[in-house]
Design a protein around this ligand. Structure first.
Ligand code: EPU
Length: 420
């Protein structure tokens, strides 16, 4: 197992290219199961989650080949039964269910496991697919679904914590090959859903309204192959922007889509960080003192839950009190106790973390618990005095392409070492 050694206190300077979005590419890869023709996806980040989804698709009979950042996917023949152990390991793999049902009208997929950020139910995915006509049972750890008749209808996908991102994509991917018109109400508006819809439309689907709470899908007889470029990863972009601010640096994000980052950039500006936009380049600079800000995570276009931990790391460096409220996932505060090892003062009160910031952080060995918590620890380590060892960085490799290389190019003193 690798860990990351960070010698902190060096301001980040320079340019960083933003990679393709993990959370768009995973469902897009699954969508390629909807056609027997070849699909070509550009801008695919080299991440362990992407390799893992590739393995899942291969286990279903698809051919998957990578050349640089281009993936070629061909699901000439597909099996409707996924490998139990493979699928249950990655939560995102649930998005193969919709495409398998759409194409084969039946599927047997293992239930995805829980996860440290909360229970992560899939009731809304199943509700949506049932409303389209699927019969679904849970047996021996598998979801068994069959839909001899699959018909468009109105589907409401609002849940306790708002809409569901992968649930919206899953139902949308199933509905493109259903008979008639499906209207998804309370759909997730995230840019990743819009990207999945764009790919499906390039395959011959008829989807309108993606990016709004109402998505209309008119079923078609079949889909064909398509070529698509994945949108840039707004969470990766936000992470580098916050790292620049945390280290009193100046970093230009190349290839990001500023229009996907409004909520994060707005909070950074409120905190006193300078953000300048030139075309698609965004320069983030911290000159003076930071100001505390209150942040509440919300569905898009609100502040993303996937940036909550990184923002908390920044607020630990900010004199004063910041309140960070998590409204999407119940227990997404695993980073709090590890940030405390770096000297941060944070108290949890229900869904809120109260951050008493401003004391300098000092390096320490810390343990990564999930992807974004790990990113927060890296930011803390970059800003802290002395040496931080972030253990278990396989979490980071799931979602940040070549993180250590990119940070080194920005001047950070970061080294990947094998844990002993
Ligand atoms: N929910 C339900 N029932 C469902 C599905 C979700 O109650 O059937 C609840 C969840 O428990 C949560 C809320 O709805 O409280 C939102 O969950 P959502 O379904 O939107 O999450 P997801 O689609 O499983 C994706 C990303 C996550 C990201 C969330 C929220 C992928 C592969 N994952 O998950 O990304 O945090 O949307 O934006 O797209 C990450 O990248 O680190 C990550 C965790």
């Amino acid at each position: 197992m690798d860990s990351l050694l960070i010698k902190g206190g060096v301001p980040l300077h320079g340019e960083v290219n933003i990679s393709g979005a993990k959370n768009a590419v995973l469902p897009i890869m699954a969508a390629s199961l909807l056609t027997s023709e070849t699909c070509i996806i550009h801008g695919v980040p080299d991440l362990s989650d992407v390799s893992f989804m590739g393995e899942i698709l291969r286990s279903l009979g698809a051919e998957v080949a990578r050349d640089g950042d281009t993936l070629t996917l061909a699901a000439t023949k597909v099996r409707g039964v996924g490998d139990y152990d493979l699928i249950r390991k990655m939560r995102g793999s649930i998005c193969i269910l919709g495409p398998l049902l759409g194409r084969l009208r039946k599927a047997r997929v293992s239930l995805p496991g829980g996860c440290v950020i909360g229970p992560r139910p899939i009731d809304l995915h199943l509700k949506g697919l049932k409303e389209l006509g699927a019969k679904i049972t849970i047996e021996e750890g598998y979801i068994r679904a069959s839909a001899p008749k699959f018909c468009g209808t109105d589907v409401f996908l609002g849940g306790r914590s708002g809409p569901t991102v992968l649930g919206t994509s899953n139902v949308m991917m199933a509905a493109v090959l259903a008979e008639g018109v499906t209207v998804i109400q309370s759909a997730a508006c995230e840019p990743e859903v819009v990207d999945v819809a764009a790919f499906l439309n390039a395959m011959g689907a008829r989807i309108n309204g993606a990016g709004s709470p109402t998505i209309t899908i008119t079923g078609v007889g079949q889909l064909h192959g398509a070529e698509h470029r994945v949108i840039p990863d707004r969470i990766e972009a936000a992470t580098y922007a916050i790292a620049a601010a945390a280290t009193r640096g100046e970093v230009t994000l190349q290839g990001a889509r500023p229009e996907h980052l409004h909520a994060v950039l707005d909070k950074l500006r409120e905190a006193g960080v300078k953000v300048e936009r030139r075309g698609t380049a965004l320069t983030v600079r911290r000159a003076g003192r930071l100001r505390p800000v209150d942040v509440t995570t919300l569905p898009y276009a609100g502040f993303p839950t996937d940036v909550q931990a990184q923002m908390m790391a920044l607020m630990t460096l900010t004199p004063g009190i910041s309140i960070i409220t998590e409204r999407i996932f119940e227990s997404r505060f695993m980073h709090v106790s590890e940030l405390a090892r770096l000297g941060a003062e944070i108290a949890i009160e229900g869904p809120s973390a109260i951050v008493k910031g401003g004391r300098p952080l000092s390096g320490a060995p810390v343990m990564a618990s999930d992807l974004r918590a790990s990113a927060a620890l890296v930011i803390g380590g970059l800003a802290a005095r002395g040496l931080t060892q972030v253990k278990r960085i396989y979490h980071l490799d799931r979602g940040y392409e070549r993180l250590d290389d990119k940070l080194r190019n920005l001047g950070a003193r970061v080294e990947r070492v094998e844990e002993t």
